[in-house]
Each structure stands twice: as C-alpha cells, then as structure tokens.
Ligand binder design. Structure first.
Ligand code: FES
Length: 187
C-alpha cells in the first residue's frame, strides 16, 4: 500500500508537539470579560477579544444608530466618540476602549433638553437625504466643531472628508455644520 500513512489498528496517533503546545496556551480569542461605558451607562460583556467596538455597540449593547457601511475604515458611517474624540468604531477593538466614555448618536441629545444643535441643524438644512450615513456625519460634525475645524467651508470640507454620503448631501451638510457651530458656542 502506498500513499498517506494510516494509523495502525490498536495504536494511538501521536499528537504533534505543536498541537500540544497550542492547547496549553490560554484561548486568546475566547470570550473575555470587558466593560464599556456607553452614553453614561455601564455594560459588562464576555466577548471575543477580536470584537470591534462597532459590533459591540450594535450587537451586544443594542444601539443600532451607529451604522456599518464599509466595515473597512473608508466611509465614516461608524463614527462615534471615545473619550470625546471621534473614532471609526469598525477599526477599534472594544477591548481597546478601556474606561474612556463612548458616545453614540443615541447619547448626543441630552434628555429633556431636546436635540443636540447639530441634529437640529441637519434637520433644518435638509442634510439628511437617505439618512443611512447621517449618524456618522453628525458625530463627526460635532467633533469637527469641538476640534476648531469648522470656521469656514473649506475647513469643514477637509475635516469632514472621511465621512462619505452616497446621496451627496455635502452642501447641506456644510450648511448644517455652519449653523450648529454658532449654536454650539453657547452650548
Ligand atoms: S463602517 Fe467604519 S468606516 Fe465604514
């Protein structure tokens, strides 16, 4: 008989040394306990360490306002704030967030105070169009103002360039940011 070696009857196949070594290691990708503080609420999970912040928010916290567009860091639909700074949640592992607070579009409006000025400005200037990319646009727009990058239309276009809109509502988005910038100065 030729070909691949078969175990002889009555013998136990040898376990390769590599497999033995791997089984002795902790499962790096198994569920790991982690905490997230999202929109002021604390959440504790046991998640695969490869879980992105985007999937943690949508699939485990149940906040589906943050959208999955490309899932590759190219469209900005998944933009949220971590520690007050905008991040692409599809490129951020949930385990990397640590104790920094996460804010999503659901946490932008402050209870009875009504919509955030940026949300209101997007409505006023009809900057929504189909709306799918709007949460990411709004989160990025708020950060853009806080960063001091919204003083003129050219800056707004530059610092919002990571957020794509298939409906091409860009002129309205720029107008909305200019409106909200004034309102946010008093906020
Ligand atoms: S879904 Fe994250 S950048 Fe597109």
């Amino acid at each position: 008989m030729s070909g691949a070696a078969l175990p002889l009857a009555g013998t136990v196949p040898a376990v390769p040394a590599q497999a033995k070594a791997a089984s002795a290691l902790p499962d790096a990708f198994g569920p790991q306990s982690m905490d997230l503080r999202v929109n002021g609420q604390h959440h504790r999970f046991a998640l695969d360490s490869r879980t992105t912040l985007l999937d943690a928010l949508r699939e485990h916290v149940g906040l589906t306002g943050t959208k999955k567009g490309c899932d590759h860091g190219q469209c900005g639909a998944c933009t949220v704030h971590v520690g007050g700074r905008r991040v692409l949640s599809c490129l951020t592992l949930a385990t990397m967030v640590g104790d920094r607070p996460v804010t999503t579009i659901e946490g932008l409006a402050k209870g009875m105070e009504g919509l955030h000025p940026m949300q209101q400005a997007f409505i006023d200037k009809d900057a929504l169009q189909c709306g799918y990319y709007t949460p990411g646009q709004i989160m990025s727009a708020v950060a853009c103002v806080h960063e001091g990058h919204a003083d003129n239309p050219a800056d707004i276009r530059e610092y919002m360039s990571g957020n794509l809109c298939r409906c091409a509502a860009y002129p309205n988005i720029v107008a909305a940011i200019e409106q909200a910038r004034h309102a946010m100065k008093g906020a």
